[in-house]
Design a protein around this ligand. Structure first.
Ligand code: 9MR
Ligand code: ZN
Length: 569
């Protein structure tokens, strides 16, 4: 009896959590921009679809084409095109036997609020300050005690590493991951300065530096932390974490574990040099003293790298036996060094950096062929060099980067056009944090569009947002608080530990991961295809955690498509 009751309750609970629309009909649950291409995908046999406005009036209909078998999800996909329908409003789609889609909007401003929420999520990830909110997502200042030098540093005593953003679902702070995350946001601001300068990301007025735009306020919060991680010799400590992850339901201010600062690594140092050099450019016109401070720190880090030409430590960072927190280990620092050289050159125009770049960019067969990640930043280097306004760039290097990015973008566009879900990812891309792989591909497409003056690649980037917000096997949004059927049980300590039933908003879940690297993923039926290997379960850190390096490319791609953008046809 008791068991039966539990089952009934479980059933009701699931019904509440399940989408109020058919998972077979996949639309972008946020919506579509009026002048852009618009697709709907259905995983049930069908030949026709109709668009209805929110009063139930049919406003458009067309054939469904297909099916195209999608190997990574196992689905038979039918595709409908309603690009011709451009009238702003709120709509849903009906398909015979499949049901009704999520509601979506047609409007030029669909990504404006999402951008603000995604940037506000960085504010909410801040460490060492009261997180205030009108929406009830709050906590007190955390991790205020100084950290101890771990014995791996060879130093003794305490060090202040207050501030920065928590990395992810845990409260650790890792220099390498801060590198790509902060770097992505800085390059975003540099690229879209005009449209981002006046955006309000919801930082409480009393916690703001008035002379800085909100986006730079947020970036500076983490830069200040990164600066604390630089040792006297210019090297950068790899991370500041406790020895072990705290329990899942603990709020940040209740986590009283001692933090340790770990040994210097060349990957952390080179990422730091790149980020600080780029920061010097974007802060220059708002706070030139701060820009100078960043540039000095960047050049000091470069000095350390010149004095230590090999990997530090030799095999890349590995956790010592007493430590079980995130590793961000990487045994190749060539890409990080190249990125440092590219940004330092772009900021200073100095020969040293240009010479390093031109002597080393050929270390890879292809300049651009991957989505950048915390481990692999060569694409950041190549794109920054190519886009730099500095005189004296090597024409040969730029030509070769351009050729390479064209091939890469064409490859991605072909994948989108051939895939049943119009999805950019190949099977290999379904790794831990796969949603960030898709979004970093979108950044490559946007960069390719800029560098080659080929706006068509931006269409691909927009379709990647379509995947993140609903044109996927689950017809769901992967971002908390945004769009349809978003994740409710993210692996994120404040979401697990606070009293809100809702997860903290604006956070991108890692996404499907073909490797069963946690218990909920191991519990999926045997043979679950890669694109369906996702569990909205709090223990699924390998598919349902959140992280700053996943939210950053989401912010970047949203920034491209907010409403003051020039719309492409
Ligand atoms: O994003 C990281 C992923 O690429 C690795 O495969 C995984 C396992 O090492 O770690 C991920 O990063 C986690 C970090 O180590 C600790 N904080 C949470 C991060 C996201 O899960
Ligand atoms: Zn904290």
């Amino acid at each position: 009896m008791a068991r039966k009751l539990i089952l009934i309750f479980a059933g009701v609970f699931m019904a509440i959590n399940a989408a109020a629309y058919s998972e077979s009909i996949k639309v972008n649950t946020i919506g579509y921009k009026p002048l852009e291409e618009k697709f709907v995908v259905c995983d049930k046999a069908c030949s026709y679809f109709a668009v209805y406005d929110n009063k139930g009036k049919k406003v458009f209909s067309n054939d469904m084409k297909g099916p195209v078998k999608d190997a990574v999800s196992g689905d038979e996909c039918f595709t409908g095109n309603f690009t011709q329908f451009k009238t702003p409003g709120v709509y849903y789609i009906e398909i015979e036997k499949a049901g009704r889609s999520a509601e979506f909007e047609i409007s030029d401003s669909i990504y404006d609020k999402p951008f603000e929420k995604v940037m506000h999520a960085f504010y909410q990830l801040r460490c060492g300050i009261d997180i205030k909110s009108k929406t009830g997502f709050e906590h007190k200042a955390c991790h205020l005690n100084p950290a101890e030098y771990h014995e791996t540093t060879g130093e003794e005593g305490e060090i202040d590493v207050n501030g920065g953003w928590h990395d992810a679902g845990d409260y650790g702070k890792y220099a390498v991951n801060s590198g790509i995350s902060t770097g992505t946001l800085i390059l975003m601001f540099e690229r879209y300065k005009n449209r981002l300068e006046n955006i309000n990301t919801g930082i409480p007025a009393e916690q703001k530096i008035k002379k800085l735009p909100d986006v730079l306020n947020e970036i500076k919060w983490n830069l200040d932390w990164m600066l604390k991680m630089q040792a006297k010799n210019g090297g950068v400590y790899h991370k500041a974490t406790p020895l072990q992850f705290p329990p899942l339901n603990i709020m940040p201010e209740d986590d009283k574990n001692t933090y340790f600062v770990y040994e210097i690594t060349s990957t952390a140092t080179a990422d730091f040099a790149a980020v600080m050099a780029a920061a010097a450019r974007v802060f220059k016109s708002y706070d030139s003293a701060y820009a100078d401070k960043c540039l000095k720190a960047a050049e000091k880090a470069w000095g350390y790298l010149e004095a230590n030409l090999g990997m530090v430590p030799k095999e890349g960072y590995k956790n010592p036996d007493d430590t079980k927190t995130g590793q961000y280990g990487d045994n190749d620092d060539k890409d990080e060094r190249l990125w440092a050289a590219a940004e330092l050159f772009s900021t200073t125009g100095k020969d040293t950096y240009n010479t390093y770049f031109t002597a080393n960019y050929k270390n890879w067969e292809k300049a651009v062929d991957k989505a950048p990640s915390w481990r692999e930043v060569k694409e950041m280097a190549m794109v920054s060099y190519c886009m730099s306004e500095q005189a004296g760039k090597s024409e040969e290097a730029c030509a070769s980067i351009k050729d390479s990015i064209r091939v890469h973008c064409d490859t991605l566009m072909a994948r989108i056009n051939e895939n049943g879900y119009r999805n950019v990812m190949s099977e290999d891309d379904y790794v831990w944090g796969s949603n960030s792989v898709a979004l970093n591909y979108a950044i490559n497409l946007i960069s390719g569009a800029e560098i080659l003056a080929e706006p068509k690649y931006k269409k691909g980037a927009l379709e990647i947002l379509g995947y993140i917000f609903g044109i996927n096997p689950f017809a769901r949004s992967y971002v908390t608080g945004i769009g349809g059927n978003y994740p409710l049980n993210i692996h994120h300590r404040p979401s697990a530990g606070d009293k809100n039933s809702e997860p903290w908003p604006g956070l991108l879940a890692g996404g499907p991961n073909k490797r069963p690297q946690d218990n909920p993923l191991r519990s999926l039926p045997f043979g679950t295809p890669p694109a369906r290997s996702y569990a909205d379960h709090v223990d699924s850190y390998a598919s349902n955690e959140i992280a700053i390096n996943w939210n950053a490319p989401l912010a970047f791609v949203l920034a491209e498509f907010i409403s003051n953008n020039v719309v492409m046809e």
